[in-house]
Design a protein around this ligand. Structure first.
Ligand code: NAI
Ligand code: MG
Length: 374
């Protein structure tokens, strides 16, 4: 019997519903590993060796830091990171986000953030046309610079009340634009509709956005088989609602894609559905997989959070680990669960987080989707 391939995964559930949805995702992944068959030409049996990291806002309350000072060193050797959500009322949001999530994405140069917008059967979309139109697009977010480069400062508070100033600078480098735009084109080539929509605000932001547009034009010449369009971000937000059937791959800077991907997941039915992969495509560092949503303090602890975004992020992780058949089996299991009406409250159901995870495990067992092969 071939040896089971074990993937070492760093699990960082962090705060609020992050803990619930990561538990659900791990349950599903372990069940999938149990099912992974004896190899006969495919990828073979696989398993996960999980390490729990207790970092987050509770950790901050005890230790005064969001993660261990040598945390990045600790994470470095893992095959991937499975992340929940960070943010709680005891820590200012910019401290918790920069202290943990952005610390990891920045230092591990996870410059490509892939956020699919998927419409699942049995889940009602606020879009009228969703019933009769096949909708499915991916937001590709520049994840290392742009508006979230962290450059700037506050000063002049010494002049007395009412006089402080703040500068927050967006950083656009030709290299940063080029690598994310090429990534988007390469992704488009793997999809049924080969099209890339580039989003900027180049009428108002005449430096960064125009550099991005220039690079987009230059790179697109290398992909004559891929259709292109450049759309201003305000128009694109309208297009998401009015003509989403025209979208395949949408590439945008850090801030714009962050906002647009939340809009996309709301259109699909809930923020709780959206998956995301923070990739270091060169694989010099581990990549990180996380649901798009935050810690949802309003529902945390009630066991009603939607685990689909976290489970779909686990599918993105499988794909990245070289297990695309397993990823596909997981995605179809989720589809059969939502289609059968097992849904959490945010998408009109009554099921709890655990119930949905249990149902996905059952669906995985019944599934006829092969676990091996490409
Ligand atoms: P949020 O995403 O936590 O919640 C927004 C709304 O969506 C809430 O009504 C919530 O109940 C709902 N929601 C979110 N996830 C859900 C799920 N899995 N199932 C069902 N409903 C769900 O965003 P919010 O309220 O703006 O931020 C809360 C905290 O999360 C803040 O501290 C913020 O900084 C942090 N945050 C962290 C992120 C991350 O770690 N990647 C991303 C976004 C926010
Ligand atoms: Mg966001």
């Amino acid at each position: 019997m071939p040896e089971r391939r074990i993937y070492r995964i760093a699990s960082i559930p962090a705060d609020g519903v992050g803990k619930e949805v990561i538990a659900a995702g791990r349950q599903v992944l372990d069940a999938l590993a149990e099912l992974s068959p004896v190899a006969d030409g495919g990828n073979g049996p696989f398993g996960f060796d999980w390490t729990d990291f207790p970092w987050g806002s509770e950790y901050y309350a005890e230790h005064g830091v969001m993660m261990d000072p040598d945390g990045l060193e600790q994470l470095r050797s893992y095959d991937a990171i499975y992340f929940g959500a960070v943010g709680w009322k005891n820590v200012p949001d910019h401290v918790s986000l920069w202290g943990l999530r952005l610390n990891i994405t920045q230092h591990f140069d996870q410059w490509a953030n892939v956020r699919p917008v998927r419409f699942l059967p049995g889940i009602e979309s606020p879009l009228r046309k969703a019933d009769r139109t096949a909708l499915d697009w991916v937001v590709v977010r520049e994840n290392s610079e742009g508006e979230y480069a962290g450059l700037g400062g506050r000063n002049l508070s010494g002049r007395g009340p009412g006089n402080e100033v703040a500068v927050q600078t967006a950083l656009f480098t030709e290299k940063g634009c080029e690598r994310i735009i090429r990534f988007a084109f390469d992704l488009a080539r793997t999809r049924a509709v080969r099209k890339v929509s580039s989003v900027t605000k180049s009428n108002a932001q005449q430096y960064g956005s125009v550099l991005w547009d220039d690079v987009f034009k230059r790179v697109s010449a290398d992909y004559p088989d891929v259709e292109t369009e450049s759309v201003l971000v305000d128009a694109m937000s309208a297009k998401f609602v009015l003509h989403p059937e025209d979208l395949s791959v949408v590439v945008a800077s850090n801030l714009f894609a962050d906002i647009l991907s939340d809009l996309g997941s709301a259109l699909a039915g809930s923020l709780g559905l959206a998956a995301s992969a923070n990739l270091n495509p060169e694989r010099r560092f581990p990549s990180m997989f996380e649901p798009v949503h935050g810690s949802a303090p309003d529902i945390a602890g009630a066991g009603i959070s939607n685990p689909v975004g976290a489970i779909a992020s686990a599918a993105l992780m499988l794909d990245y680990l070289g297990l695309p058949a397993a990823a596909h089996r997981l995605e179809s299991a989720v589809e059969s669960v939502t289609a059968a009406g097992c849904r959490t409250r945010d998408v009109g159901g009554t099921a709890g987080t655990r119930e949905v995870a249990d149902a996905v495990v059952e669906a995985l067992k019944l599934s006829s989707v092969p676990l091996q092969g490409p």
